[in-house]
Design a protein around this ligand. Sequence first.
Ligand code: HEM
Length: 405
Amino acid sequence: MSYDPFRDEVLEDPFPFYEELRNSCPVHIHSDYLHPLYTLTRYDDVTEMLINFDLWSSHYGQMPRYSVQGCLFSDPPEHTWYRKLIQQSFAPRHIALMETEISTLVKELVDVMEEHQTRDLHDALACPLPVLVIAKILGVPTEDINQFKEWSDAQLAAAKSSNPDDSKGPRDAMNDYLLQQINERREKLRRAGWDEHNDLDNETLLGEIIPDDVISGILLAEVDSRKLSDSERLVMLNQLLVGGNETTTSLITNMFWRLLSQRELYEQLVEKPALIPTAVEESLRFDAPVLGLYRTNTEEISLHGVNIPERSKVMATYGAANRDPNVFKNPNEFRLDRPQKELRKHLSFGLGRHFCPGAQLSRLEAKYALEEVSRRFPNLRLVANPKRIEPFLLWGRKELIVRWD
Ligand code: HEM
């Protein structure tokens, strides 16, 4: 079957193509790239890729080209070490504390939207919310968030490029900035008589001498008796920043887009806000903000009669698996009455060892956004059909023009 993941028609609406692949070409080979790119679309195959870690390695990166990204995008033992670090520094306590902050931020953004009569829900709410939230959690000044968004988008835009240098400029700029933030904290600690190699009680430093945020947490963290180097700290911060922005924006834009395109769904939510968490989850299933990511097989395999040579780049297509009729009844329908046991099976945050550490945070952002907007604007309507964002692995809207009068 002829399928080109980079073709305009596919980018415009990948789901009919996924359906065809799932039905008649479960292992697809795209030969028109630097090296062959394989695509798996059936739920069982994608799940197997995500849990059989020995066979499906993350060591060569999640993008079509081979790159060793390290940190969270690696295999054990490196990956296990970073997950422990995430548990320490990006702890649920940070996220729980953020709940009130998120709700306040949403209210403020919607106030401004109403006051200025901003018609673009992307610019007014979906885009700034995740950047503001992650800036607060990491501990970077909110006045710098526009700059952050630019660097993070530029890195994602370079995803399909076969030249690794394309993402280097924005990554270096972001790293310089983050290193400055780390050094400012380090300097404060030095002035307070702290020595990086000396054991002082971290708890008394956090909140007292340096802010109790993720950048400070990463500076002080020690996992299995080892501290991080600055370059490891930067990769980690970079992954948190880039991983959480565009994805959450896409969740919010996709969700409003579908609810307003079938307006009776939006009306149901206005009537019955208790359905909002289901709407968020169904949106994640229906429109996976990350359509898929790559793995590399550690040995040659044969799947559905197709030979996949060792070290091939193979895409685990969450977006296709989420619409597999063997798992989800009437998968192409967006339903607010989909049973929870089906909903829980979607793969939009991955599965197993690499499961997204930001899942809870982005669910909260989407929930508060939908609660506030549906309460304030029961008459909300879509004005134009929105265009998709460009990065081929991601699925979201770049604008969402609405009216509420
Ligand atoms: C709707 C929003 C989001 C979606 C759809 C999403 C999706 C994903 C997926 C599919 C993975 C698995 C990667 C793999 O299997 O290789 C992942 C991992 C990751 N996500 Fe998210 N994400 C979202 C929000 C966030 C947020 C808010 C953050 C941070 C604040 C974040 C940070 C990360 C990181 C650091 C990883 C790597 C984890 C690891 O490799 O162990 N994500 N995300």
